[in-house]
Design a protein around this ligand. Sequence first.
Ligand SMILES: Cc1ncc(COP(=O)(O)O)c(C=O)c1O
Length: 413
Amino acid sequence: MRSSPDEFDDLNPSPGLLMGPGPVNADPRVLRAMSAPLLGQFDPQFRDYMRQTSGLYREVFQTRNPWTLLVDGTSRSGIEAALVSLIEPGDRVLVPVFGRFGHLKVEIARRCGAEVRGVEIEWGSVFDAERLEREVKAFRPMLVAVSHGDTSTTMAQPLDGLGAICRAHDALLYVDATATLGGMDLPVDRWHLDIVSAGLQKCLGGPSGIAPLTLNARAESRIVRRRHTEQGLRNADTMDGEGPVIRSNYFDLAGIMDYWSEKALNHHTEATTMLYGARECARILLKEGLAHAFARHDAASRAMVAGITAMGLKPFGDPRHKMANVTGVCIPEGVDGDKVRRALLEDFHIEIGTSFGPLHGRIWRIGAMGYNARRDAVLVTLGALEAVLAGEGVMLPRGAAVDAARAAYRSAN
Ligand SMILES: Cc1ncc(COP(=O)(O)O)c(C=O)c1O
């Protein structure tokens, strides 16, 4: 079948509220920054933007790591870059699995040739530090790879203390902060996290497509010993490391570091527009202030929970470990969860999420993060959900959800 351009209108997506587990609506300032003219990646002005972006993300990650950079690709490109650059075939990797994204790290680590132990707990809960220490002691991994927040279950794993456990047992610690960076506190240096990656499409309020990543000297030394410069870029000064070559070219952090360093060694063709967007996400967040942004996400979470509860619905999972930016909601008995999501989308143009695996069809996931962690977005979503549920014949106290959420907001101020 052939298409003619005359068949299609201008691209004109209807405005709506993305209140699922991510992506969320991008901040309009980020979209504006992304329409700036392209520059060549070795243009001095662009190299300056790269340096600025690195500096801004150092603040966002609360780190002094010189190696703070962007990996081009969605959040899993940051995960793959970290794991493939650290793991040598046969290395032991421990993955605490408390949701879908733990399984993802098991899968990636296996593809890197690691001997992987995935330890699982029931979805909706998190690991305590004693259990993690026992697992590290018993398995003696080279690397522990863990999610901070797992959007599939809406739980956040406490990480304070895990870095010290890993150091005591000579393991590196990788953290997938895709779903929490910018919305929940993640002091990379204070918590001794060796390598951390994220994405823009959640609490940072940007589109998906680039992965901020930071790594410290412990991770660096393991990566640079595997440096293997491409044949076409080598010159008389090129020195390879003595370690085994990293099994991916695109996600080779040694190469990406050479590209971000003052050497400016060619690697990929820069996704210039995404870098502009990432820079703007960080600039906006830091201008607001990290503490303020965390409090804004927390207030949205409390208001959402208050509204859900006032409607007679049950939040999912251990409330002590709920992520601040996503709320799991148990779908009431007899209600068709997908039908409710469809009605929200068709009548209100509000998107909320379902979940995966054992939670598919059992919970909805409602996000209020990044640009959408706002009072109006939370209240409108609750009001719409109430109307749709009432239309489905669910008996609920009309008006109670929005009232409870507004009261929660008042008490947060
Ligand atoms: C914790 C976590 N890790 C990884 C990902 C995968 O990110 P992406 O789809 O941007 O590659 C997600 C996406 O929701 C996530 O929540």
